[in-house]
Design a protein around this ligand. Structure first.
Ligand SMILES: N[C@@H](CCC(=O)N[C@@H](CS)C(=O)NCC(=O)O)C(=O)O
Length: 217
């Protein structure tokens, strides 16, 4: 399998973590290194990540890729066995992907700043608002669990956790205060011990450029 991604691609980091947790080998393809127009030809959606299977078929959207991996390679599972915890894990992940990331991703921020005229200050306010509000809701979701777990929804890391870690990384990159989210930080601490999460970090990718981490894009 080939994963088309980029070191700081947070949706791609979700998939990199899942591949690591399932012990699946893959070829890392750095999208910025491809020729002009090449990635659109591979993935018409044009967003990262995309997974290319050995038969040449391509799956775009991290959620679809994660669902494919879970169905095709069920062990170890990313989702808990209990149907309610499974649904809550998906809900947590969807909130990050669809409600937080979708409005804070760089192309949306650039549009707000440049096309809508909000400028760098407006962009920073937009990002801080949607990130802090989102994190507060995630913390409240964990507070509402029927019991405390080491990870979001279980004693092994999975679906919800692999969405959370890149979201916290982005929040840190943009100096969003995190101290009050004690449940989220506890999960982050537990994930930091796990090799699949360590190997998926931007710093561990072949196309890592440290100066890029502090850039606006
Ligand atoms: N919902 C998509 C989001 C993908 C996405 O927006 N990826 C960003 C990077 S994290 C991207 O490709 N940005 C490049 C662009 O907007 O052209 C997913 O979960 O895969």
């Amino acid at each position: 399998m080939k994963l088309y991604t980029y070191q700081r691609n947070s949706a791609g980091e979700r998939v990199r973590i899942a591949l690591g947790l399932k012990g699946l080998a893959y070829e890392y393809v750095s999208v910025p290194g491809l020729a002009e127009g090449e990635y659109r030809r591979i993935n018409p959606q044009g967003l990262m990540p995309a997974l290319e299977l050995d038969n040449g078929q391509v799956i775009a959207q991290s959620g679809a890729i994660l669902a494919f991996l879970e169905e095709r390679f069920p062990e170890p599972p990313l989702l808990p066995a209990d149907p309610v915890l499974r649904a809550q894990s998906r809900s947590f992940g969807l909130f990050i992907a669809a409600e937080m990331h979708a409005v804070t991703v760089s192309r949306v921020r650039r549009f707000v700043a440049d096309e809508l005229g909000a400028g760098p200050e407006g962009e920073a306010l937009w990002l801080a608002h949607w990130t802090a509000e989102g994190l507060a809701r995630l913390e409240a979701m964990l507070a509402q669990r029927s019991q405390d777990f080491t990870f979001c929804y279980g004693e092994t890391p999975g679906w919800a956790d692999l969405h959370l870690i890149p979201a916290l990384r982005n929040a840190r990159r943009f100096d969003v205060a995190l101290a009050s989210y004690e449940r989220l930080l506890a999960v982050e601490g537990a994930c930091a011990e796990i090799p699949a999460f360590q190997a998926a970090r931007p710093e561990a990718q072949p196309d890592f450029i440290s100066s890029d981490l502090s850039s606006r894009a």
